[in-house]
Design a protein. Structure first.
Length: 214
């Protein structure tokens, strides 16, 4: 009698264990991966988020490039002015675009020979930014020349400067402007721009952006 009871209990325990193991196995198999619907849903959500974020990221990159390029323009102008006062001779800074790369040169000779890519190590791709100015000839406002130039004398001032006529609604002369803009934004008056403006014959400079660079 005792042996029969033990045998029955063993069988019951064995069946219970098998049942539990079978249930766990089915549960693990059911939860082992993602369904096609879940995968497609996640892919769609990622695509939507990327579509929303991409324009903002692109605009951020454009602004950063223009800020860096404008800082390099300002540094080149300040270097020319500093060298003029230090060496007590005329010093010039010129700008140009060569093979879609904006270049600058700071020099004391009659014509530049030491052209360098704008900003050197700024890693701005060729063609990413465009250059424009209102400088017709050294220190003269007018239709932009192919090689706009600003020249400082031994005092760091602008000899024979013409900073332009005062426009309607303004109380200041336009000044000598060097403008950098995104090449993808075209020439719209409302496009993203950065600029350095030489405002006075003493060589005072300011930076501006967007419509203030028109």
């Amino acid at each position: 009698m005792h042996r029969a009871a033990l045998s029955i209990l063993r069988k019951v325990n064995h069946k219970g264990a098998v049942g539990t193991s079978s249930y766990g196995s089915r549960y693990l198999q059911h939860d082992a991966g993602f369904s096609l619907v879940e995968v497609v849903t996640v892919v769609l959500m990622v695509g939507i988020l990327a579509a929303i974020a991409l324009p903002s990221w692109s605009a951020f990159v454009t602004r950063q490039r223009l800020n860096k390029a404008n800082d390099a323009v300002l540094a080149a102008i300040q270097q020319a002015q500093r060298e003029a006062k230090k060496q007590k001779i005329n010093y010039s800074v010129s700008f140009r675009t060569d093979s879609n790369v904006v270049q600058t040169a700071v020099y004391s000779t009659p014509s530049p020979s030491n052209w360098q890519s704008l900003g050197g190590d700024l890693q701005i791709p060729a063609g990413a930014i465009s250059l424009s100015t209102n400088i017709a000839s050294p220190n003269q406002v007018g239709s932009s020349s192919s090689t706009p130039t600003i020249t400082f004398d031994y005092l760091g001032s602008l000899p024979n400067a013409n900073l332009g006529a005062i426009q309607t609604g303004s109380t200041e002369q336009p000044g000598l402007k060097i403008v950098v803009a995104s090449s993808n934004s075209g020439n719209s008056a409302n496009s993203v721009k950065r600029c350095v403006i030489v405002k006075t014959i003493l060589g005072g400079t300011v930076t501006a952006k967007d419509t203030d660079c028109n």
